[in-house]
Design a protein around this ligand. Structure first.
Ligand code: NAD
Ligand code: DAU
Length: 337
């Protein structure tokens, strides 16, 4: 079995490569990644000497590069993680989100059709469903919830999902889609809430909470996302969408307070800042369908956040190195103190 993993130098794709290489000795894997600001070779560099792993630097929008790679490697499965992933950046500059997250998907699917790939898996997000009211804790996103996007990021991901479904119906592309809730864990780029707050707390800097901090996210430890995708590409039904989430809803303020407590830091570090425009109130996944397929998450938020803090403490070199020029410029633009 030969699997192409795109976006594998990023947070979830990198974790997925580690997970799959560890589990399947007899498979071979190719990672295609453009190494944008969010891609870090350090995340996968310990794997480069493995005979069944290869890294290729390239953009999924580059048709010639992608088609040549498919011709050469003859993949059985393609799992597409490659995307611009940060909501705040999509508000500042939507264009690149439309290119990578929609047009890149078209290129990959055209290659899958031409080279008769047995399965194209699109890694999507719960953000395609928009948000749920804070006070209606009885409501959850199911696979049949309407698409109702809020940000250029989520609109680009929803567009890609619709395109994947269209390729399935019109061209018989053998596809699956997964829509996961917020991930956290090792190799999480420190522009996203949890690693950003851990990092700032460790440096005794102010922790920027948008609005009043009441927005709720449904947190899943990244390894559990990896195991769900592994299950879907092996056992999931062609043409189906699967939601992924483990019922770990927390308000942003609660998450920040938990981090401060675990790091033994004072809550006076919390700083309430301007809210995100179009800020989604609450995400919450109904995982019934993926549970029926046989998935079982191993972590809850209490164990996962401790693992994550431990990882961050033990990898301050990784964190320091990913905070390069581009990252510093973004932090300055986004958080003008
Ligand atoms: P990330 O930003 O950490 O990593 C994205 C990776 O994709 C980077 O390595 C980057 O270099 C690469 N990339 C970006 N554009 C590319 C292009 N045009 N061609 C090739 N490579 C490109 O993102 P992440 O958080 O790991 O998210 C991975 C996927 O999972 C995304 O599709 C995202 O929408 C989805 N997702 C993320 C979460 C989450 O909580 N982070 C939850 C659900 C779904
Ligand atoms: O739900 C899945 C999605 O989760 C993925 O599709 C996205 O790729 C991923 O980035 C994530 O999106 P969010 O917008 O939910 O994640 P983020 O970490 O940016 O923000 C989480 C919450 O924390 C959100 O309510 C905004 C808030 N926040 C974020 C930052 C960066 C703050 O209060 N302060 C901050 O500085």
């Amino acid at each position: 079995m030969k699997i192409l993993i795109t976006g594998g130098a990023g947070f979830i794709g990198g974790n997925f490569i580690h997970y799959m290489l560890n589990k399947y000795n007899d498979y071979s894997f190719v990672c295609l990644d453009a190494l944008t600001y969010a891609g870090n070779m350090e995340t996968i560099e310990t794997l480069l000497n493995k005979v069944n792993f290869k890294f290729v630097k390239g953009n999924i929008c580059d048709k010639d590069l992608v088609f040549n790679l498919f011709e050469k490697e003859q993949f059985d499965i393609v799992v597409n993680f490659a995307a611009e992933s940060h909501v705040d950046r999509s508000i500042e500059n939507p264009r690149i989100f439309l290119e990578s997250n929609i047009l890149g998907v078209q290129v990959l699917m055209d290659a899958c059709l031409k080279y008769k790939v047995k399965r194209y898996h699109q890694v999507s997000t719960d953000e395609v469903y928009g948000d749920l009211p804070l006070e209606r804790i009885d409501l959850f996103f199911t696979e049949d919830s309407p698409i109702k996007t809020s940000s250029p990021y989520s609109a680009s991901k929803a567009s890609a999902d619709l395109l994947v479904l269209a390729y399935s119906k019109t061209f018989n592309l053998p596809m699956t889609i997964s829509r996961c809730s917020n991930n956290y864990g090792p190799y999480h780029f420190p522009e996203k809430l949890i690693p950003l707050m851990i990092n700032k707390a460790l440096n005794n800097e102010q922790l920027p909470v948008y609005g009043n901090g009441s927005n709720v996210r449904d947190w899943l430890y990244v390894e559990d996302h990896c195991s769900a995708i592994d299950l879907i590409i092996h056992k999931g039904n062609i043409g189906e969408i699967y939601n992924i989430g483990g019922h770990n809803e927390k308000s942003n303020l609660d998450v920040v307070k938990i981090i401060l407590k675990l790091l033994n830091k004072d809550e006076s570090l919390i700083s309430y800042v301007k809210d995100r425009p179009g800020h989604d109130l609450r995400y919450a996944i109904d995982p019934t369908k993926i549970l029926r397929l046989g998935w079982e998450p191993k972590h809850n938020f209490e164990t996962g956040i401790q693992e994550t803090i431990k990882w961050n403490l033990e990898h301050d070199d990784w964190i320091r190195r990913v905070q390069s020029g581009e990252y510093l410029k973004w932090m300055e633009r986004q958080y003008k103190w």
